[in-house]
Structure formats: C-alpha cells, structure tokens
Design a protein around this ligand. Structure first.
Ligand code: MG
Length: 281
C-alpha cells in the first residue's frame, strides 16, 4: 500500500459522512464507513457494498459504529448520550456493536471504531470498571475475527486515553486520532496529544477546528481543513514522526449542505496531496 492514501468518511444511510454516490466522484483509494442502519447490516448487503467498492477500486479501512439516541448538541449532552458509557443503553449498544463488527468483517474490513463516550478520568471513579469490562468484551469479539477496535479521540485527554487502554489491556485496542476533536472538546493541544498517544494510533481523521472561548464547556467550531487551529503541516509532520503511514481520512461533518461538503472535501484533498508530497518525498 502507498503511504498516506487519502480517504473520506462516508455514509450509506446514517452518520455525517459524504453520500455513497459521491465516493466514486472523489476518486480516492480509501474510505471509512459509518455503519448503516440495522436492516442493512446483513451478509447480503455487506456483499453488495463490497462489490460496489471493488468496482470503484476503493478500500474500506474502518467501519464506525453510531447509535440511535446519540446527540452532539453540546458537551453535557454528549456526556449523557454518546457511546457505551451511558448505563441504560450500554447492553443494547454492545449487542449492536458486535453486529457492526460482524458486518465489518463481511465487508472484508479489519477495523471497527466508535466514540466510546466520556470515560471518567479517574480509574477509581464509579462505573469505570464496567466501561473497561464492556470494552474488553467488544475487543474479544473483534479479536476472534482478526479485527481491531479503534477509539475515536476527543472526549479524553491523552493521559486519560492511555490510562484507559492500559486498564482494558487488549492488544487489538487502538486509537483513531482526530486532531480537531481535541480542540472542539477542549481536551488538549492536538500535536502534543498525538506525540503522547502515538504508539496506539492505527487510523486518523483529517479535520480542522477552532478553540472555544470556554474550552471543555462549549464547543469549538469545525472549519474547512487548513483554516483551523490544528496546523495541517505540523500535523502530518507529527504523523510521520510517530511512524504513521496509513490512510488520511478526511472528515467534514456538514451533511446538511452536501454541495459545500463536497467542495470543501475537494480542497482538503488538494491540500493533503500537496503536503504529502512535500513531507514524504
Ligand atoms: Mg473524527
């Protein structure tokens, strides 16, 4: 595989990625896919998606799980609704993640990812052990079919994430690093965080954002790639430094405006292509 193949976050019928019919227009070698709704998470649909991707010469490098009832409206709502952390939905969502792992495996993809939710920062906090345990169960299911589980960054500091990975203690637990999320959630300076968690990073998002005036309390703003506070050149240099050469998956979460989403992704592809030749050649 070429180093740093560019990719895009895509959707079939759920999530904030580009629409399925946009994938071939972008002429990229890879995608990450938001898991489709349950009625399409079966072998037949997976085989159909797989042959469509083959025909487009596109490789799916990760399938992201997401759940009904999740809301990213503001930071307190994320704490309450996102991932496997909220207790009332944990069991049913675990079952759903196991199904998503199976779907991903039928698609020929060895990576499943998710926003786990707000993990308490202190391992002795109430409920921490239960979150470790549900993550272990999911890792074991993935491991049985040769898959990795990637945690999307954002809700934790670098230290919190490293501590959690150690507590789970499963070799197939890795990180999907999203530099913009560190800024949007106010959880740390992204390049510094990347250097800290580097050995665990197995996939990345290329997304940009600006800091909130109250980091960690209110959202920062997601902006087109190259126009935010991440510093794309520094980001790619840091990725090179940690030895990451896998896909650079562009995420631009404005599905409400597909024209603009597509135009800004085209600009992002151009920016990443230029930086890649500057940094790797
Ligand atoms: Mg992301």
């Amino acid at each position: 595989m070429d180093s740093w193949p560019i990719g895009v976050f895509a959707s079939v019928d759920a999530g904030l990625g580009v629409a399925w019919d946009v994938i071939s227009d972008l002429k990229l070698p890879t995608i990450q896919l938001h898991a489709p709704h349950q009625e399409k998470r079966n072998r037949e649909s997976a085989a159909a998606f797989r042959s469509q991707l083959d025909a487009m010469n596109v490789r799916c490098t990760a399938v992201f799980g997401g759940f009904e009832g999740e809301s990213y409206a503001d930071i307190p709502t994320v704490v309450r609704t996102v991932g496997l952390v909220p207790e009332s939905t944990r069991h049913s969502r675990l079952k759903e993640m196991l199904e998503i792992a199976d779907f991903s495996s039928w698609l020929g993809c060895d990576t499943v990812a998710l926003h786990l939710g707000f993990i308490p920062h202190d391992p002795s906090a109430d409920g921490y052990g239960d979150i470790v345990s549900v993550t272990q169960q999911l890792c074991e299911h993935c491991g049985q079919q040769g898959q990795f589980l990637h945690l999307e960054t954002g809700q934790e500091t670098a230290e919190g994430l490293i501590e959690f990975i150690q507590q789970v203690g499963r070799e197939n637990l890795k990180i999907n690093f999203d530099p913009a999320n560190m800024i949007l959630y106010g959880t740390g300076e992204p390049i510094e965080a990347l250097m800290q968690v580097g050995q665990h990073v197995r996939s990345v998002h290329c997304k940009d954002g600006t800091w909130s005036d109250q980091p960690g309390v209110t959202w920062g703003a997601e902006v087109p790639l190259g126009q935010g506070d991440v510093g794309m050149e520094k980001y790619l240099q840091a990725l090179k430094e940690i030895g990451y050469l896998g896909p650079l998956t562009i995420e631009r979460e404005i599905p409400q405006d597909p024209e603009r989403q597509r135009a800004e992704i085209a600009q992002a592809i151009e920016l990443l292509t230029d930086l890649r030749s500057k940094i790797l050649d």
